[in-house]
Every structure is written in C-alpha cells, then in structure tokens.
Write a protein that binds this ligand. Structure first.
Ligand SMILES: [Zn+2]
Length: 304
C-alpha cells in the first residue's frame, strides 16, 4: 500500500490521507490551524549553545534522528467580527531545497478558503517561512486590493538592513532570508500596516510585539467568552519546554529570545490558556505545565 499525502486542488478531502487542517473555537472566534508542510533542518540548530552530547541525547530521548530535524510549519486562519485573518503565510517557493513545505495555497483551497476572502494578514515576523507564501507566483493577483498586512514597525525596519551576526543557520539561509525580506518590503509596502507594541486586528484578536527571535517578532493573543489561545510564532519550539535556555539557530538576539520564551511559557502555565506555535508538531494545540524551571508540553486531546 502506498500513501499519497498530497492534497489535490479541486478535490477537497478526497486524497487527504494525512490531515492538513484542524479547526477549533476560542469562544466566538473560529480558529483553523493549517499545515504548510515540513521543513527538514539540521539538528544542531535546536540549540547551538548546548553541549552536543546533551543535544544528541535529547533527540535520542524523543525518538528523533540525530542529524535531520523535521520541523512542522503551522499557519493559522482566524475568523472574528466579520474578518478573515491569516496569521503567517508559509514559505511559498522561497527555498527550493525545502520541497516538503510550501503547500499552504493548495491546502487553503482544500479547506474552502479563497485568498480573496482574506481581509488581514498578521506576520509574526519576516523570516521566509512566515512571509514567503505571499511572494509565490500568482498569489498577489488573487488578494483583495484593500488587504491589510499587520506587523511590528520594528520588524519592517529591521529588514531594511538586517543583522545576522548572532544567528547560527545552515549555509544558504542568511542570503535567502535577506533576499526574501527585501523582496517582501518592496512588493507589499503599500499594504503594510505597522504597529509599535500591540494592535487589535479584530474583536478578541490582538497582536503583541515580543522581540527576541527578531526585533519585531510578535505573538497573537485570542480571547473570547473566557476562553484564550496564544499563537506564539517562533517564541516557542518543542525543545524550548525542557531547555528554554537553548539558543535556536534562527534567533537574531538569542539571550532576549530565551527571556521572551520563559516569560511567555510562565504566563501560559499560570493562566492555563491554549498554545499553538509555528514549529510544534501539527496541529500543535497544547497547554503548558511547569515544574521549577522546566516546562512540559501537554498536547490537547484531538477533538473530531
Ligand atoms: Zn520560523
């Protein structure tokens, strides 16, 4: 038996043997996590300040291979107050060496979401796996002319002249990220709506700047009817629960990124709200538990 896990445009559901979307409610807000696919990256970028033996042991303990890390790439669609909001937009065709990602366009189509119905895009930051989808062929033409793209002013400013001196990325990535950032600013400048610290995109949908991962990195807080969920973008990775002080290779200010991570995880553990993050295993809906300085990822029960 062979499993074909690609979804086929125009034939929603039929060939989706591997689920690529997961819907839930946060009070009156509709939320759908959609997978853009998987990024295959070197295991070292999990924690470039970690002892290699400890890092290898962590991978071993998680039943993961020592060299290649398969990183989920989650995007979220939110509907509130008559607006349809995409939080991040996947990698598009920005890095051909990552052929297992860039599936968002076909998966939105399979989910019955027309790009022309999207009123707002929120970017947690401008790394290519979060903004590249808007640069894919044929996408811009299908968007509404009054689309608003929300991002922190510090993020837009950073990508005018980005500093890569503190990152530890695989070869080829810094150049590709610079190229995508530049192109994005050029293509979408007129649709960008920047904010300083936070902005309410729709009722109960607030984007908040955290900094750290990139200077304008932001998270999205959803709140409705006493229910809460945070989309953490790249503030939290799977390894960050047990080792929040490990520096991820893509963090432009690793010390600040670790402080942001710990602060956010502590808050989520205290108020018991749900967490979704870009690179946690799909659909990534979970809670955060804490014991001392170590956090634990508690996956939500799959509701179907
Ligand atoms: Zn990312």
């Amino acid at each position: 038996m062979s499993l074909n896990n690609t979804s086929h445009p125009g034939r929603p559901g039929l060939d989706e043997l591997v689920p690529s979307r997961y819907a839930l409610k946060v009070g009156a807000i509709d939320v759908m996590v959609v997978s853009d696919g998987v990024l295959s990256l070197p295991g070292t970028m999990l924690g470039h300040n970690a002892d290699p033996a400890v890092r290898a042991a962590w991978l071993e303990d998680k039943f993961l291979p020592p060299d290649v890390l398969e990183w989920a790439l989650n995007v979220v669609v939110v509907r509130s107050g008559g607006r349809t909001i995409l939080i991040d937009i996947g990698i598009g065709m920005e890095f051909p060496d990552l052929p297992r990602a860039g599936k968002l366009a076909q998966r939105l189509k399979a989910a019955g979401i027309d790009p022309a119905s999207v009123t707002d895009v929120v970017l947690t930051h401008m790394h290519m796996d979060h903004c590249g989808g808007l640069l894919a062929d044929g996408v811009k033409e299908r968007l509404r002319p009054d689309l608003q793209i929300h991002l922190a002013a510090a993020e837009a400013e950073f990508w005018e002249s980005p500093d890569f001196s503190r990152v530890s990325m695989p070869p080829g990535f810094p150049d590709a990220l610079r190229r995508t950032g530049k192109r994005f600013l050029k293509e979408y400048h007129s649709l960008m709506r920047t904010f300083e610290n936070e902005y309410e995109v729709a009722p109960g949908v607030v984007v908040q700047r955290t900094g750290g991962h990139t200077p304008g990195h932001s998270v999205v807080r959803l709140a409705s009817g006493g229910d809460r969920l945070t989309f953490a973008g790249d503030a939290v990775f799977a390894v960050g629960f047990e080792h929040p002080d490990w520096y991820n290779g893509f963090e432009h200010d690793p010390e600040e990124a670790a402080r942001v991570r710990v602060r956010l995880l502590r808050e989520l553990a205290a108020n018991r709200e749900s967490l979704v993050a870009t690179h946690l295993s799909f659909p990534s809906v979970c809670h955060v538990a804490v014991a001392g300085d170590v956090f634990r990822w508690v996956p939500a029960v799959w509701d179907y």
